[in-house]
Design a protein around this ligand. Structure first.
Ligand SMILES: [Zn+2]
Length: 216
């Protein structure tokens, strides 16, 4: 019995690795300011980003393509409380808070098939999603790059992880399902941290038939 369980686990692991080789990994905002100790910390973010780091470390080039989004605000961005917005000042470009969680960055530095995509760069506009779809159109150039890649490959799985699950990850998914096939989208729950503990993201995924993977 024990042997069979082990064999099954091995098979599942291999299945994941094979699938990943033909898939896209989309990491949303794995930045210092969203991690414990940062300006807009999400509980559990460090654990989630460390788990993602540990998963990628043995094979940084596992995915066909890895995209990493970054909130990248000017000093006086409209989403900041001082400007009448909702959030404390966070992810100001050029600050360490806008940088990627260092252990993850070290692994991503080994990846040759990676693109970094910026969002929230314009002072008067917030972009929870890198696509920032308005009236059916992607308004962010870096979001268009991701869309073009997805369109250029045949049925390709898209794995999504990052911070915060109930804000930027969820908004990214909302936009993504407007042009990508839901059947091929999956969320890595263990590599995602949410302000609300994960309920909103779970509900959204369930309502939209998006797969949730809870792997270590
Ligand atoms: Zn922001």
């Amino acid at each position: 019995m024990h042997y069979l369980t082990k064999k099954f686990k091995f098979a599942v692991k291999n299945f994941f690795l094979t699938m990943a080789a033909q898939a896209i990994l989309l990491i949303v905002d794995p930045q210092n300011d969203f991690i414990e100790g940062g300006a807009l910390a999400v509980e559990g973010a460090q654990k989630a980003m460390q788990a993602l780091t540990d998963f990628l470390a043995p094979h940084p080039n596992l995915f066909a393509k890895t995209f990493v989004t970054q909130d990248f605000h000017p000093e006086d961005h409209c989403s900041f409380k001082e400007q009448g917005g909702t959030w404390p000042k966070h992810c100001v470009k050029g600050t360490s808070g806008a940088e990627i969680f260092p252990p993850l960055q070290a692994v991503l530095d080994q990846c040759q098939k990676i693109e970094y995509c910026k969002k929230g760069q314009s002072k008067d506009r917030d972009q929870y999603s890198v696509f920032d779809i308005q009236d059916g159109e992607i308004t962010n150039e870096d979001g268009k790059k991701i869309r073009d890649y997805i369109k250029s490959v045949d049925t390709c799985f898209i794995f999504v992880a990052g911070i915060a699950g109930d804000v930027c990850v969820m908004n990214t998914l909302k936009d993504l399902i407007q042009f990508a096939d839901k059947e091929y989208i999956a969320v890595y729950r263990n590599y995602t941290a949410s302000l609300d503990g994960g309920q909103k993201l779970d509900d959204f995924c369930e309502e939209n038939s998006i797969k949730i993977f809870s792997r270590d």
